[in-house]
Ligand binder design. Structure first.
Ligand code: DOR
Length: 427
């Protein structure tokens, strides 16, 4: 087979289960799975799991407008190194992704990226929360997720109209919410609780998130719109989602890696690298997020990869922007910190988010003959230490510097092209 690639000696793992076998790829697709396959180029997958590429529902790639912090090229390189073959790019760019023009621009920039980049569209014009954005024209261009991420839609009536409009579009789309009641959060820079009191930093209460979760569950029931909750961080939010799903409502939810690995105690250092929205919460909230991931109340692990320049993050805690890097550490954090088998981690990072993003035809498996070759090869036992200075991101704001993790991406294959080989990006 001319131009063929073989991933050799690994264990193939997808939503259907695991089996040993080489994977042969040609013309961007998987052409054979079995023993002793040969090809023009062979990549060693010994000791590794060969899985569908990971899918991130939530990444800030900052282009257009904040190229000093990240570009689609650098962010997609970080994604590929983290095992992602697809990311949903958040619309809080400048200008915001709130119409066909910016959607086209991001799609165009994404064509040469190291992973597939799917722009999310804004729900409101300029993400200002006043007037609906033209969701139909964006959906026509392939946009499948809408969100004002960075802020929640505050106006109940407008959110109801957004849901009714979305539910009536000819293509299925999902409305994703950053649940944060602006008035309740007003001026808070971390979780409101024991640590905010001790540190003298203004806080935002858990209820600021929970009120909007409660409202959107009610509106999803009223309108029938497909609703997705972004970066849920409190025990109360998760019990409402669990109850809504128990009652038959088809809402979905994601949690970030930082909300199951860090608590508000980290802010004691006053280091803005720990400033993020929603904020790092209590031990009990972290335990609830872990439980939600283990029990299925949460469908996906998202990174909320939010690059910020060193200059921006060197400001005092209350002036620095919120956000942390996540693309290169997500898989290893999940493998190291969650009490889940690797297939459980891959469900949360690959096939379940692929279905929510509506990209399951190309991403998230199954690993089978004829399918697009969007794959990651993971060595689950490889131990390594996080060094933000070596990140492919243009920014350095990882809260995990020096943390020892287990599980490393050896290779990533995008449409048949090895974009990461032996842990190194190929372009
Ligand atoms: O911490 C955050 N940073 N949360 C958000 O919702 C937005 C993000 C950003 O864009 O930096």
């Amino acid at each position: 087979m001319t131009g063929s690639l073989v991933l050799k000696g690994g264990r193939v793992l997808d939503a259907g289960g695991g089996r040993d076998g080489d994977v042969a790829i040609s013309g961007g697709r998987i052409v054979a799975i079995g023993p002793d396959l040969s090809g023009d180029r062979v990549l060693d997958a010994g000791g590794c799991v060969v899985a569908p590429g990971l899918v991130d529902l939530h990444a800030h790639l900052r282009q257009p407008g904040h190229e000093e912090a990240e570009t689609i090229e650098t962010g997609s390189r970080a994604a590929a190194l983290g095992g992602f073959t697809a990311v949903v790019a958040m619309p809080n760019t400048e200008p915001a992704i709130d119409g066909a023009g910016v959607v086209r621009e991001v799609q165009e920039l994404g064509r040469t990226a190291l992973c597939d980049v799917f722009p999310a569209g804004a729900i409101t014009l300029g993400r200002a929360g006043h007037r609906l954005a033209p969701m139909a024209e964006m959906a026509e261009l392939g946009v499948r997720m809408f969100t004002d991420d960075g802020a929640g839609v505050q106006d109940n009536g407008l959110m109801r109209r957004a849901m009714e409009y979305a539910a009536g579009l000819p293509r299925p789309v999902v409305l994703a919410q950053h649940c944060e009641d602006g008035a309740l959060c007003g001026g808070g820079h971390m979780h409101e609780g024991e640590w905010s009191s001790r540190l003298g930093i203004a806080g935002q209460p858990a209820e600021a998130e929970e009120l909007m979760v409660m409202r959107d569950i009610a509106l999803a029931r009223l309108t029938g719109a497909r609703t997705h909750f972004q970066h849920l961080s409190t025990a109360g939010s998760l019990s409402m989602v669990r109850a809504a799903r128990g009652g038959g409502l088809a809402v979905t939810a994601e949690a970030t890696t930082h909300h199951f690995t860090l608590t508000h105690a980290a802010c004691a250092s006053y280091d803005p690298v720990y400033k993020v929205n929603p904020p790092l919460r209590t031990d009990a909230d972290v335990a609830a997020v872990r439980q939600g991931l283990a029990e299925g109340a949460i469908d996906a692990i998202a990174t909320d990869h939010a690059p910020h320049t060193q200059e921006a993050k060197e400001q005092p805690f209350d002036e620095a922007p919120p956000g942390m890097l996540g693309l290169e550490t997500a898989l290893a954090l999940a493998l190291s910190e969650l009490d889940l088998p690797i297939e459980g981690v891959l469900a949360l990072l690959s096939w379940q988010p692929a279905a929510i993003a509506g990209v399951e035809d190309d991403h998230g498996g199954p690993v089978a003959e004829g399918r697009p070759a969007n794959l990651c090869v993971v060595d689950p036992d490889h131990a390594w230490t996080v060094d933000p200075a070596r990140s492919a991101s243009r920014s350095r704001n990882s809260p995990y510097a020096g943390r020892r993790l287990r599980g490393r991406v050896r290779h990533t294959v995008l449409r048949g092209e090895p974009v990461v080989v032996d842990g190194e990006a190929q372009r």
